[in-house]
Design a protein around this ligand. Structure first.
Ligand SMILES: Cc1ncc(COP(=O)(O)O)c(C=O)c1O
Length: 408
């Protein structure tokens, strides 16, 4: 650092410095990016013109004169979309946020103090884990199976904590297309989860940011919020259905809780133009857009699964999801995926190593998550082949590509 020694003045709690952006690699399988060919550019241009004609003059006022819960038209749309998840709410129950990430931040701000305990699924959204670790919360991982949180194990955790006089502040779950495993929690499991949570006096924090992207006729059970609005806080996002760059999401909660979320906010609301445009575009085109997007995502998933089978054979164990944008997988135990990150990056491949998506203690060393939404099918094939090559060079696994034995 040159010039003035700001570091002498930094707050004790300031996070470690950010890394400067250095562009994206060719085979970018990380993060929650979307398919660039399916951004409805023409539709958004029309929606922008139409929204500005109708409401442009309101941009003269903070929140476009819609109040601090967000644009009414967008909340009307969220209300109608929430019905698809079984949620019957009013626009007063909805808060528009800067992505669901801000929803997580605000809920944490309302509930958490350093040293508090929260329960997360043993594998969970890396962003949520990082935020909690930074704030000094204790995270307890609840074991998962192919249907989501294992209820018996959760009940044991809650009982054990109760014995130590600890009431966790929430149980954070991604029940519909879990990140990273891709599971969908069945209705009966949702009911059991609620029952246990209520028994121990712990609210459920439900994150449904992938629930609109489900394919193949699979119908997800209703959101947990729809089963009990008193014990559940629900968040969702437009990042996955439309664009992560627009930074729009929402929370659904009762006023007692939401009024505290609003009080924790210091950004004067989300950009009003984005809200107007998404309201305008999605109130006409939501069903059509997500159907097309889901169809393309399913094709890309199939391409990735085929490429993995060809390049890794039986050495990879993928959890094939019924929706979303990620594939979670396991390589043989002897592979430490964190050691592959650097050589993979040198070969132009970015991946999410399992440990970043795991609560401490969960068996994650040989797991990884690949996002299939951003890259083209050709890049998926090439990138998976390049990853298998890196993996072979570093570990001797996989020894074959298709039926052909690899040579160093
Ligand atoms: C489960 C989950 N929740 C929240 C987020 C945050 O996304 P955004 O803030 O873009 O809505 C993500 C991003 O990938 C996610 O996977």
């Amino acid at each position: 650092m040159s010039g003035f020694a700001y570091e002498n003045l930094f707050a004790k709690t300031v996070p470690a410095p950010a890394v400067r952006f250095a562009g994206y690699p060719k085979y970018n399988f990380i993060g929650g990016h979307n398919d660039p060919t399916l951004i409805p550019v023409d539709g958004l241009i029309e929606a922008t013109a139409s929204a500005l004609r109708k409401e442009g003059s309101k941009l003269a006022m903070y929140t476009a004169a819609q109040g601090n819960q967000g644009h009414l038209g967008l909340r009307e749309f969220v209300k109608s979309k929430a019905k698809l998840r079984g949620i019957d709410c009013s626009t007063d129950d909805i808060l528009i946020t800067a992505g669901s990430g801000q929803g997580i931040d605000l809920i944490n701000a309302v509930l958490l103090e350093p040293g508090d305990t929260v329960i997360l699924e043993e594998f969970s959204y890396g962003g949520a884990i990082t935020k909690l670790k930074r704030e000094g919360q204790k995270i307890v991982g609840a074991p998962l199976d192919e249907d989501g949180i294992k209820i018996d194990a959760l009940a044991n955790i809650l009982k054990d904590l109760q014995g130590k006089g600890i009431t966790p502040k929430y149980i954070y779950t991604i029940p519909t297309i879990q990140n990273p495993t891709g599971s969908i929690m069945p209705l009966e499991r949702r009911r059991q989860l609620l029952k246990v949570a209520i028994e121990y006096g712990v609210p459920i924090f439900e994150d449904e940011c992938y629930a609109d992207l489900i394919w193949g006729g699979t119908k997800a059970p209703p959101a947990i919020y729809s089963l009990d609005r008193d014990h559940v806080i629900h968040i969702g996002s437009f990042s996955k259905t439309l664009s992560p760059a627009l930074r729009l999401g929402y929370a659904i909660a009762d006023w007692g809780f939401m009024s505290r979320m609003i009080a924790c906010r210091s950004d004067s609301g989300c950009g009003a133009l984005e809200q107007m445009v998404v309201a305008e575009y999605f109130s006409q085109n939501f069903g059509e857009h997500v159907d097309e997007l889901s169809e393309t995502l399913k094709e890309k998933l199939d391409t990735m699964v085929e490429a993995l089978e060809r390049e890794f054979g039986t050495t990879v164990e993928p959890w094939v999801p019924k929706g979303g944008i990620f594939l979670w997988m396991k390589l043989p135990e002897e592979i430490d995926i964190t050691k592959l990150v650097k050589p993979a990056a040198e070969a132009g491949i970015a991946l999410n190593p399992g440990p970043e998506w795991a609560i401490e203690g969960a068996d994650s060393k040989s797991r990884l998550r690949l996002c299939f939404a951003l890259t083209s099918k050709e890049e998926i094939r090439e990138g998976v082949a390049a990853l298998a090559k890196v993996c072979y060079e570093q570990t001797g696994i996989p020894a074959q590509s298709g039926n052909i034995r690899r040579r160093s």
